[in-house]
Design a protein around this ligand. Sequence first.
Ligand SMILES: [Zn+2]
Ligand SMILES: [Zn+2]
Length: 262
Amino acid sequence: MVEFCVLGSGSRGNSVFLRVNGYSFLFDCGLSCKQIENRLNEIGVLPSSIDAVFLSHEHSDHVKSVHTFVKRYKVPLITSEKTYKASGLYDRGVKDVFFVNSGKTFSKFKGIDVFFMPISHDAADPVGFVVYSEDTKFALVTDIGYPTELVAHELKDCNALVVEANHDPQMLKMGTYPWELKQRIASRKGHLSNGDCAKLVERVVSDKTEYVVLAHLSEENNTPDIALLTVSRIVKGMDCNVKVAAQDSPTPVFRLNAYTVD
Ligand SMILES: [Zn+2]
Ligand SMILES: [Zn+2]
């Protein structure tokens, strides 16, 4: 059985919970440890039941409480060596670490294989995650300037996809952010717009895809309605639910029907 929940997502912090056949994982701990504990409790999950934490990159909205969480609950951290170094986690006492190079798969760990998918973003070694279990494929990718061919290829036929829909380009253009920040967000190493998210979703969804959850929405340059409208059009007529993750509250726990991956 596979279940997931976006505990929170946005520029003030990101964390995703995934449970596969009784094992529980967190992807990024960018909220405070207290918030993560509270939101896990809210969905009926004991923080002490987490089996490992995966870290995508060193930006504070992803790494904030990784050191507190992994030490408090004595769980291993799984990340790339470059991200570990860039995060300063050694100095913060995080020693129980498995290193996985981007482009490689962390195999046969508690019933899952996790592909560390390289992405285009302004960090040391940023990745998205594609998680394979016996009969499902779950993917999580935010903080991408643009989707590379590799990303579009790897995300195909997911049962569930958590994907960035960061901004509406018009809102970004007209908004109050300084010019340099606007440039950074819109660049090929920045964040994915709603339109580019929709184009990516169009390329990767199939009749296997039960959920597309839009994540990392900008509070200043996007609204849940605009993001939802832009991406929902793509899956019209398909048996696929499009949802939006919020910054300050967890999504429902989404449970996947165990389709067979061919
Ligand atoms: Zn980032
Ligand atoms: Zn981020």
